[in-house]
Design a protein around this ligand. Structure first.
Ligand code: SAM
Length: 192
């Protein structure tokens, strides 16, 4: 059987340079604690870091850092990033090793793969799956007509379900995000 042709952007290595639009962050917001210091460890052009800051989070990032080589200290509570897609396994592995809550925006197909599967089985994974594809900001500055579906791969965020199917439009309203956050908080305090 012949190989499936890769879309042009992917062939040119641009799948590492798919910068995050605001709408992609919205479904994750209810699961991040307001007082968390968040490390955006693959800064790129700073798009995701900027939206996290605008949403009131204390965001740290080092534009020059190599996440895979950096010595980690305890100065953050959670990792949130859209990693380079050619290094999905390496980023996942590093996040699990760091042992702090994390959320990585990756193609849904990152659920596949022998090595990644071993990590998921060993440590667990919870996934937030939007109801439609997201158009990323590409190196040309234009939005891409995305050819793949992405999802937030999370660990340590205590999602109510391991697979959460969310309506992207619904979550674009900041108010609704806050309401969901409040509902989750009261659910947790009821359990105590
Ligand atoms: C898919 S882009 C996303 C950028 C940004 N996180 C965002 O959401 O807009 C991934 C970025 O990771 C950067 N990158 C690649 N390898 C890295 C590494 N080892 N450590 C940190 N960043 C890396 C690339 O320069 C690229 O800009």
């Amino acid at each position: 059987m012949g190989k499936t042709k890769k879309p042009k952007l992917m062939m040119h290595g641009h799948s590492d340079e798919m910068h995050t639009p605001k709408i992609a962050l919205n479904p994750l917001l209810p699961f991040l604690k307001d007082d968390w210091r968040i490390w955006e460890c693959a800064w790129g052009k700073g798009a995701l870091a900027q939206y996290l800051s605008e949403d009131g989070f204390d965001v740290i990032c080092d534009k020059e850092n190599d996440f895979l080589a950096e010595v980690i200290s305890n100065w953050f509570d959670c990792i949130v990033t859209n990693p380079p897609y050619s290094k999905k396994y390496e980023f996942l592995k590093r996040c699990y090793e760091i042992n702090k809550p994390f959320a990585l925006l990756m193609p849904l197909t990152a659920l596949e793969g022998k090595k990644r599967g071993e990590l998921y089985r060993r440590y667990g994974i919870q996934v937030i799956i939007p109801n439609k594809r997201i158009n990323f900001i590409t190196p040309s500055g234009k939005g891409s007509g995305s050819w793949f579906q992405v999802a937030w791969f999370t660990w340590g965020l205590n999602l109510p379900k391991d697979l959460m199917f969310v309506d992207l439009e619904q979550f674009s309203k900041e108010e609704l995000s806050k309401k969901i956050n409040q509902a989750l908080k009261s659910k947790r305090s009821e359990k105590k």
